[in-house]
Design a protein around this ligand. Structure first.
Ligand code: HSE
Length: 414
């Protein structure tokens, strides 16, 4: 029998208790032993909970219980969850988590601590919700040099963008639904400003490139400035706007970025809708491999957490093999040096003059006009590939040298 304690009885924590109970028979068979939730720690009251017999508000109940060998941390955040994770690992208990903020921020130290104490620190649920991606990267694709990763890594923003495009819903209404469905973070700023996707690409990149990638160094832009009009222009060029997280090896450094981007309809990520996430991994031997599934929500995330619990129960004492080294210097290529194509939406008093100005500053461009013109003096153009710093210089020049107002600029993912 393996005894588990769950820290945090929120959406994911309660889902973990539910899955362990519901699938107890098949889980026992797969783990080769029974798995029981002995404690659930939460400071809140849950008088009607089906798990009230094992709920406690006293952390000592969990940490002083020698029968508990696996701690599931589903508190979230990097404060109390960090303290509890260190305490558990130092007490010789393995920890399983869905907490991407903690893994992305303190992963190197926590993996080291797990290794020193001969226990495991597993976090399959921290990226892509129910999609298996951490274990495939660590194990199934281990023979490859990973060239790059491109993904839709946040369910909330993908849900919002899909609802705005398909149903014409407002950003606020779609966000509210994502919150009601249990997809969004407690503070949804982390979702809509791209920080959640940033932490996830940092985790995947750290595994893929065998060195710690600090999310603080990754350029991150959210979806709050994306409008339905932007989506119409994306549609006009045969694409769709997604929050894209990307990382690649580039000249001895790592290029990583999170931002809204237009993906053309032929791109494998273009049809990934609603709460679904997808990750395309390019390895030198395998080529492209794509992983797809529900990226957020109670049971999909619990599915990944419980899989880690089963793994530890099945291989007790196997511990943590690989740790992440922090590099001395920033290993991320500055965003200014990366090359990108942009769709630029503009408005101008005199369109013909504006087009001449754009041509003279940007050189080769492609004009984009909507067939159903919403506003007469509005149009868009696609820049050719420039470094981001060249592009910014040209755009600043355009705005100061003409009567053009830039309404938005959106990267085009290739
Ligand atoms: N808020 C996250 C998302 C939850 O929407 O993807 C899963 O990590």
């Amino acid at each position: 029998m393996v005894n588990v304690a769950i820290l945090g009885y929120g959406v994911v924590g309660s889902g973990v208790a539910e899955v362990i109970k519901k699938n107890s028979e098949s889980i026992s068979q797969r783990a080769g032993t029974d798995i029981k939730v002995k404690w659930i720690l939460d400071i809140r009251d849950f008088p009607d909970s089906p798990d009230k017999d094992v709920l406690t508000k006293n952390a000592d109940d969990v940490f002083n219980d020698n029968e508990v060998s696996i701690i599931v941390e589903t508190i979230g955040g990097a404060k109390i969850a960090h303290e509890f994770t260190k305490r558990a690992l130092m007490a010789g208990k393995s920890v399983v988590t869905s907490n991407k903020e903690l893994v992305a921020t303190h992963g190197p130290e926590l993996l080291q601590l797990a290794k020193e104490n001969g226990v495991s620190y597993l976090f399959e649920a921290s990226v892509g919700g129910g999609i298996p991606i951490i274990r495939p990267l660590n194990q199934c694709l281990a023979a490859n040099e990973i060239n790059g990763i491109t993904g839709i890594l946040n369910g909330t923003t993908n849900y919002i963008l899909t609802q705005m495009k398909r149903e014409g819903k407002s950003f606020e209404a779609a966000l509210k639904e994502a919150q009601q469905n249990g997809y969004a973070e407690q503070n949804p700023t982390a979702d809509v400003e791209g920080h959640d996707a940033c932490r996830k690409i940092a985790i995947l990149s750290s595994i893929a490139y065998n060195e710690f990638v600090d999310c603080e160094n990754i350029y991150t832009e959210g979806i709050t400035k994306i409008t339905v009009d932007d989506m119409k222009y994306a549609d006009a060029i045969g694409g769709v706007i997604k929050l894209i997280a990307v990382s690649k090896k580039a000249n001895g450094k790592i290029f990583a970025r999170v931002s809204p981007a237009i993906v053309l309809n032929e791109h494998p990520l273009a049809n990934v809708e609603d709460v679904f996430n997808a990750i395309v991994v390019n390895g030198d031997a395998v080529g492209d491999a794509m992983f797809y599934g529900r990226g957020a929500g109670k049971l999909p995330t619990a599915s990944a957490v419980v899989a880690d619990v089963i793994d530890i129960a099945k291989h007790p004492g196997s511990g943590t093999a690989s740790v992440w080294e922090r590099t001395q210097q920033n290993n991320i290529l500055p965003i200014e040096d990366s090359t990108t194509k942009f769709l630029v939406r503009v408005t101008a008093k005199n369109k013909e003059d504006a087009k001449k100005d754009i041509l003279s500053i940007f050189g080769e461009i492609q004009l984009v006009e909507l067939h159903s013109k919403v506003k007469d003096n509005e149009f868009a153009f696609i820049s050719c590939k420039n470094t981001e710093s060249e592009f910014k210089t040209k755009l600043d020049k355009l705005e100061s040298a003409s009567d053009i107002t830039v309404l938005n600029r959106i990267r085009i993912e290739e």
